[in-house]
Design a protein. Structure first.
Length: 590
């Protein structure tokens, strides 16, 4: 009889068993280290170590997919071992998180264990690898001396995580005549691509980031209309287009509601069709509505098109503008952005914690809408969901670093106009909480190093969501602070660039990231502008732009408290839309 000692390199845990000559594998966490623990020589005669297989393969369809099933690794000792048998296991690489579930069979001198793959949400899109090294010896726990014949043995693990991209996409899909712009192109099979063109006009710059992502700039010479995106002159299939539209040059005016709402739930500008889409709620939530104001023949309508959607919470356009995504408490509705007719409705997944309701929605450039939730029975943390407009299906992202669902406390979300970054912030907690990001290029949800106490005066509503410029280089945030204004402007690394006035009721960032706009509901009611390129003054106050500002709207859009004002800038950067409980203000910008 011999004694068996098994070690793992992260803690050098060990156990000793009185058994016949055999080998097994011990559970361990992934760690660094070399196979063989110091490169001992191989014994020329005597017992021999071997593995039943030298490779394993795992796969997941996307980062939000479930963790694949574990697979077995089997080790065999042939011959007789005299004395103590030491077995050392080393795992390198990120594909494997654990080797566990040990079983041993002294009769045939074999050991078997389960190889546990990492969560695809921790890894992201791409091919990931690990190497499991098994060393066996009779010298010491590190096998730093002579080893058994065949030792060390290596098992190569390959783990492929499919892309989070749901369909071909150009983000943003709208550009303005006479202006250059940057877009992110998403899809599959881009690896052979070397050129990008728009209706035959070459991109001015292009960067081929991966098999699923290309960044490109288009010239100011593109004509109004659909400009097909062509990869390698059309040799690589791609189905979407960049739509170029004329700058609208709207006049200052107000848009009236058919009936005054209690709250504004959502605000979307459809630049392709020159239409404003507004979600409104009433005391009877079963009568909540989507309103559509379409600009035609040089004027806005006196009465908008409307559609009732019970318990409506928020609105967003799909990446190519073909669908209006409207969330209610318990479902996602896909509506026609022109007729407002609902073509599909999908109930949200059954929640772990009920009563959970859908709260806000923004869209990433991989085609996933990111949806935050709230708790309808008081206070509680609830899930974050993804929704694929092309697949009409929900999924749940996994937080990087955890093999579990991340729960959020009354979170709000904001996205850059190019859909590259979605930022999620928790509201109503007594201490700063990490800000999370869903990164579209990897499909991974992860905590950032930046923490805030998000300022939301009504946790049940989507108030003070982060507002971005086109490329995500500037972000307006409302947070709880002890001194000064709670409204700050940050860069992409969460460095504070300056503060907006404490009297701010709503904010927006220009598409090019050079300006921030605020609206104040006071006497006078006014729109102010701030320079995001200059150095802040005292108390981090941003430099106010005085040429052409402040602007007094035709009428003040809101008089309620707390203010749930929705405010946005159109893609051309020449118009603000401000929707409050009284009316919608259309404000041209100088």
């Amino acid at each position: 009889m011999s004694k068996l000692v098994l070690t793992r390199t992260n803690s050098l845990s060990r156990i000793a068993l009185r058994v016949g000559a055999f080998i097994t594998v011990m559970g361990m966490a992934a760690c660094g280290g070399g196979g063989g623990g110091g490169g001992g020589s191989t014994a020329p005669t005597g017992p021999t170590l071997s593995l039943a297989a030298n490779s394993l393969n795992f796969s997941a369809t996307s980062p939000s997919a479930s963790v694949p099933a574990s697979q077995f690794v089997t080790a065999v000792i042939s011959g007789t071992v005299s004395g103590t048998l030491f077995v050392r296991i080393v795992v390198t690489g990120d594909a494997v998180t654990n080797v566990t579930g040990i079983t041993v069979n002294p009769t045939n001198q074999t050991g078997q264990a389960s190889v546990i793959p990492a969560s695809p949400g921790n890894l992201g899109t791409g091919t990931h690898t690990s190497v499991i090294t098994v060393s066996a010896c009779t010298t010491n726990i590190n096998c730093s001396g002579p080893q058994l014949a065949g030792s060390p043995q290596t098992l190569n693990v390959t783990y492929t995580v499919g892309s989070s991209v749901q369909a071909d996409a150009v983000a943003p899909y709208i550009g303005t005549t006479g202006k250059t712009g940057d877009v992110i192109i998403r899809g599959q099979g881009f690896a052979p691509a070397t050129t990008v063109s728009f209706n035959g006009t070459p991109a001015t710059t292009s960067s081929f980031l991966s098999d699923t992502e290309i960044h490109a700039s288009y010239p100011a010479t593109l004509i109004a209309g659909n400009n097909a995106v062509q990869l390698n002159n059309g040799a690589i299939p791609f189905t979407e287009s960049l739509k170029i539209v004329d700058a609208p040059a709207y006049a200052s005016t107000t848009l009236n509601y058919p009936s005054p709402p209690q709250q504004v739930r959502g605000l979307v500008y459809d630049a392709e069709r020159k239409a404003l889409l507004v979600g409104v709620s009433f005391a009877d939530a079963s009568t909540n509505q989507i309103l559509r104001y379409a600009f035609a023949s040089g004027a806005w309508p006196s009465t908008p098109t409307s559609a009732t959607l019970a318990n409506l919470r928020d609105l967003a356009l799909s990446l190519n503008g073909s669908k209006l995504l409207a969330i209610s408490d318990a479902a996602m509705a896909e509506a026609d952005p022109v007729t407002l007719g609902v073509s599909a409705s999908r109930a949200k997944p059954t929640a772990t914690v009920e009563p959970e309701y859908l709260k806000s929605v923004v869209v990433a450039n991989d085609g996933n809408a990111v949806i935050t939730t709230g708790f309808g029975g008081g206070s509680g943390s609830t899930r974050l969901y993804l929704y694929s407009a092309s697949q009409s299906a929900f999924s749940t992202p996994t937080q990087a670093g955890l093999n579990a669902t991340k729960f959020f406390f009354y979170a709000v979300a904001g996205a850059s106009a190019d859909g590259a970054i979605v930022t999620i912030m928790e509201s109503g907690l007594s201490s700063p909480q990490p800000v999370y990001r869903y990164t579209a290029s990897t499909g991974i949800l992860a905590a950032t190093s930046f923490s805030i106490q998000h300022n939301n005066p009504d946790l049940n509503q989507n108030i003070n969501a982060p507002a971005f410029d086109r490329a995500g280089s500037r972000m307006a945030v409302a947070q709880v602070v002890g001194i000064g204004s709670p409204f700050g402007i940050y860069d992409a690394s969460f460095a504070l660039l300056g503060l907006l006035p404490s009297t701010t009721a709503a904010y927006a960032v220009s598409p090019d990231g050079t300006r921030a706009y605020t609206v104040e509901i006071a006497s006078p009611c006014q729109v102010r502008a701030f320079d995001l390129l200059s150095t802040p003054g005292g108390f981090n106050a941003l430099t106010e732009i005085v040429t052409g500002f402040p602007i007094t709207p035709v009428a003040c859009p809101d008089n309620a408290a707390p203010h749930n004002i929705k405010m946005l800038v159109n893609p051309a950067g020449d118009t603000l839309f401000i929707a409050g409980n009284l009316l919608i203000a259309v404000v041209p910008l100088p």
